[in-house]
Design a protein. Sequence first.
Length: 148
Amino acid sequence: MEPQPTKAPVKVLFVCIGNSCRSQMAEAFANRLGRGQVRAWSAGSAPLGQIVPMTYDAMKEKGITLEGQWSKGLADVPVAEMDIVVGMGCEVDCPLPAGFKGRRIEWNISDPYGEDAAYYGSVRDLIEGQVKALVEGLTDNSEAAPSA
């Protein structure tokens, strides 16, 4: 019997304004929950140039590191190659390249920038739930699915 070809991971881009809070959280959750079946990136329409400390703290509470991630703009990621582009909130401007063949999804998640730790935690938990549902629909990974 011949080995089955390895399925390429689904490429997902999360976009917010500063790429310092929401999209960074979503990228980390998607890469962890996707377990190699999803490859996530994040970018900002007007990148801040840094991930804010509260984002690191909120993710650390979930045991997730943002190691290897950095604040970047849309020009820094291969937008045209994405299977899915997720806008994190209605104020995000993410012009898609001409001929984009992927799917666009819009989430209405409030920006926690400048808010307190409790607000960051609530936004993080909302993002985690949204990403779990997205990953569950994209993969055959039963561990990503919530238990009944």
